[in-house]
Design a protein around this ligand. Structure first.
Ligand code: AMP
Length: 304
C-alpha cells in the first residue's frame, strides 16, 4: 500500500458563509487533504500546531489512520485563517491570516516518511514545500497546491517548487494571477514550460480541468442542492485525487481521469457541511454511488 506524505497547514478557521458563521473550527490545507486522502490510502502528515490546538482534533485524525508522527506541537499560537464567502461561493475573501507557529517552522521528516512514493505539498509557504521536497527520497509522484497569498508574497520560491513537481493543483483565478495570462489554455502552456507535467485547474462549483501535454479531461461540478461551506474543497479534491492514485499506484491516463472524478466526488461531499464534518459520516458506499452519478452526469452517445 502506497503511503502519501503531505506537508501543509493545520489551523483554526473562522468562516462566514450566507448560511452560517463558525469560529476556530479545525481547518487547514493538510487537514482537509489528509482526511480526504484517508478514504483511499494511508497518510503521513507533516505540519505544526500551537499548544492551543485542541488535542481531540489530532486524535480524530489518528483515528482516521493518519500518521501524525510528523506533526509538531510547538509553544505558541496555531495558524489562523478568517474568510468570508458571499452568495458567489466560488470566491473566498480572506479577512485575516495569522501564520503564528508557521513563521518559524522547520519541517523535519521522520525517518520512515522519507521513502514515501507519493508526496503532496499542500498550500503552505513554498519555502517549506521546498524544505520537505529536499528531504524526500526519490518519490514516484510529487504534486503541489498554492494560493493567491503565496503567489503575491513568494513567487520566486513557488516557481522553484513548480519546477520540481509532476502535478500542480491550482484554481482558475490563481493560474491567471500566477502567469499574467487570462486564457486558461495559454496559462497552462506557460506553467508547462516551467516544468509541471500535469495541471489541474479547479473551477469551484463548475468542476475541474486536468491538462496534460497529450490530452485535456473535464470533470463537471456536481449539481448539489446543499452547499454550506466551500472551505477545503480544493484540498479535499487533491486528497481524493492523490489518494486514489496512490491506492492504485499506476499513473496511466485511465487512472488520471478516474482520479479527477474521485477528487470531484470527495470535494462535493466536503462542501455539504462546515469544516470536515461531512467526512465524519461519509462511507465508501456513498463515494462509489456518487462516482457513478458523475459518470451518468456527462455520459453521452456518439452521434451517427
Ligand atoms: P481551500 O481548499 O483552498 O478552500 O483551502 C482552505 C484552507 O486553506 C483553510 O482551511 C485555511 O486554513 C487554509 N489556508 C488559508 N490561507 C492559507 C495560507 N496562506 N497558507 C496555508 N493555508 C491557508
Amino acid at each position: 500500500m502506497n503511503k502519501i506524505l503531505v506537508v501543509g497547514s493545520i489551523g483554526l478557521d473562522s468562516v462566514e458563509t450566507p448560511f452560517g458563521k463558525v469560529k476556530d473550527i479545525p481547518g487547514g490545507s493538510a487537514t482537509y487533504f489528509s482526511m480526504a486522502a484517508s478514504f483511499f490510502s494511508p497518510v503521513n502528515l507533516v505540519a505544526i500546531v500551537g499548544q492551543d490546538f485542541p488535542p481531540q482534533h489530532i486524535k480524530y485524525l489518528q483515528r482516521k489512520g493518519i500518521d501524525t508522527a510528523g506533526l509538531v506541537v510547538s509553544p505558541g499560537r496555531t495558524f489562523r485563517w478568517k474568510g468570508k464567502y458571499e452568495y458567489d461561493l466560488n470566491r473566498a475573501h480572506t479577512l485575516d491570516t495569522q501564520l503564528n507557529v508557521f513563521a518559524n517552522f522547520q519541517p523535519e521528516l521522520p525517518a520512515d516518511y522519507r521513502d514515501s512514493k507519493f508526496v503532496f505539498l499542500a498550500n503552505i509557504d513554498p519555502e517549506l514545500q521546498l524544505d520537505v521536497l529536499q528531504q524526500a527520497k526519490k518519490p514516484k509522484l510529487v504534486a503541489c497546491d498554492t494560493m493567491n497569498f503565496w503567489i503575491e508574497k513568494k513567487k520566486p520560491a513557488l516557481r522553484r517548487v513548480i519546477k520540481q513537481v509532476d502535478i500542480l493543483f491550482i484554481n482558475e483565478a490563481e493560474i491567471r494571477q500566477l502567469t499574467g495570462q487570462s486564457n486558461l489554455v495559454k496559462a497552462t502552456k506557460i506553467v508547462f514550460s516551467w516544468g509541471a507535467k500535469i495541471i489541474v485547474v479547479k473551477q469551484g462549483e463548475y468542476g475541474a480541468l486536468m491538462f496534460t501535454k497529450d490530452f485535456v479531461f473535464s470533470a463537471p461540478g456536481f449539481p448539489l442542492e446543499q452547499v454550506y461551506d466551500p472551505t477545503g474543497a480544493g484540498d479535499s479534491f487533491a486528497g481524493g485525487f492523490m489518494g486514489y492514485l496512490a491506492k492504485n499506484g499506476e499513473l496511466t491516463e485511465k487512472r488520471l481521469r478516474q482520479a479527477t472524478i474521485f477528487g470531484s466526488v470527495i470535494a462535493s461531499f466536503n462542501v455539504e457541511d462546515f469544516s470536515f464534518n461531512r467526512f465524519r459520516t461519509l462511507t465508501g458506499k456513498e463515494i462509489r454511488r456518487r462516482f457513478k452519478e458523475f459518470k451518468n452526469l456527462s455520459h453521452f452517445e456518439e452521434s451517427l
